[in-house]
Design a protein around this ligand. Structure first.
Ligand SMILES: Nc1nc2c(ncn2[C@@H]2O[C@H](COP(=O)(O)OP(=O)(O)OP(=O)(O)O)[C@@H](O)[C@H]2O)c(=O)[nH]1
Length: 323
């Protein structure tokens, strides 16, 4: 990296000279460091994952400009990406990333020392090399999310549920962690559709999704897994506590009342509850909980039933579950 030129002056002739110096230095730096740009572009081709693309950019930038922390935030990702290689610092440069009018998020780079002009130029040149990869990763993230999101309620869908249930069963088998599952189904939902129409039915589904989210912790995961059926995964709790949560969810759903002309649309729900049994596969766990939900429906609806302990045929060995 060339040394910092002493061009910080208000005199305009000196400023012009400084800018010319800067351009010359920047060109010299770019030809000296052409391999960094080439490597950055090559590595960016290896991933479409937003957090990996940002991590690659940060790694390559770190080889030419020292910084203590880099953060990236975009409304399409769950939480900001925060890559710290030190303690941050008071000085920062930030870029609102944008390509052809498309918002691609906000990148911030922190450190204790001021950034020199030519360092900012280098950062911007490297961002120029990375911006298309960042845009592609943003598009990929948007499509990935759409595939995992239910269009009516905006919460994760059955595909997301299947993936998460498998992962939780695997974690529970590997580390012996507790995890519980609730399957919650609205009662006589067909009647709501038939009486008030599908649009009102959709409104009820959205209200139910919100009610379930409000009745659970943010660490719990709520999914719409069928027409009027929801799955809720609750890490680190057992069956007794989970049954209380299921009743709380049902009470929240019963409290929904949609005003429609002169009518008040009300709905109740049935729930099946189970705690994961050590060695049990995701499929067997789901089947046990579904059977509990079936009993709740059979017993008159608007109630909670807990699953029976796994039958030997339902429980796979820990070894096979780990494979
Ligand atoms: N409005 C709306 N209705 C849906 C959607 N998906 C499925 N349904 C309807 O949900 C209803 C489910 O009916 P059933 O399976 O008979 O269940 P139910 O009437 O709730 O009866 P129980 O579950 O036995 O209490 C059907 O009328 C479906 O058309 C949706 O996205 N929106």
């Amino acid at each position: 990296m060339p040394s910092t030129p002493s061009y910080l002056t208000s005199n305009s002739r000196q400023r012009e000279q400084a800018l010319a110096d800067l351009e010359r230095l920047s060109r010299a730096w770019q030809s000296d460091n052409g391999d960094v740009f080439a490597r950055l572009c090559r590595r960016l081709l290896t991933s479409l994952e937003l957090n990996q693309v940002i991590a690659i950019f940060a790694e390559e930038l770190g080889t030419v400009v020292h910084f203590d922390r880099l953060t990236y935030g975009h409304s399409i990702s769950d939480s900001p990406i925060d890559l710290a290689v030190g303690h941050g610092g008071n000085h920062r440069c930030e870029y609102r990333l944008n390509l052809a009018g498309e918002n691609l998020g906000m990148l911030r780079i922190f450190r204790r020392m001021r950034f020199a002009e030519q360092e900012l130029t280098v950062i911007e040149q490297m961002l120029g090399s990375a911006i298309h990869a960042i845009r592609n990763a943003c598009h990929y993230e948007t499509v990935r999310r759409a595939a995992l999101t239910d269009v009516v309620t905006g919460i994760p869908n059955k595909r997301a549920f299947d993936d998460t249930l498998k992962r939780e069963a695997c974690l529970a088998n590997r580390h012996g962690e507790r995890c519980a599952l609730i399957l919650c189904d609205l009662d006589h939902f067909k009647k709501i559709n038939d009486t008030y129409g599908h649009l009102t039915g959709d409104q009820v589904l959205r209200a139910a999704a919100l009610a379930i989210q409000d009745a659970t912790r943010s660490s719990d995961a709520v999914f719409r897994i069928g027409g009027e059926e929801f799955g809720i995964l609750l890490p680190r709790i057992g069956e007794a506590e989970c049954t209380l949560v299921a009743d709380r969810i049902r009470a929240a759903i019963s409290a929904i009342s949609l005003e429609l002309n002169d009518a008040l649309v009300k709905v109740s729900a049935s729930a099946g509850v189970s705690a994961h049994v050590q060695g049990e596969s995701a499929d067997a766990w789901f089947r046990r909980t579904d059977e509990a939900l079936y009993r709740a429906k059979h017993d008159g609806r608007n109630c909670t039933r807990t699953a029976r302990p796994g039958l030997p045929a339902d429980v796979t060995s820990i070894e096979s579950a780990k494979r």
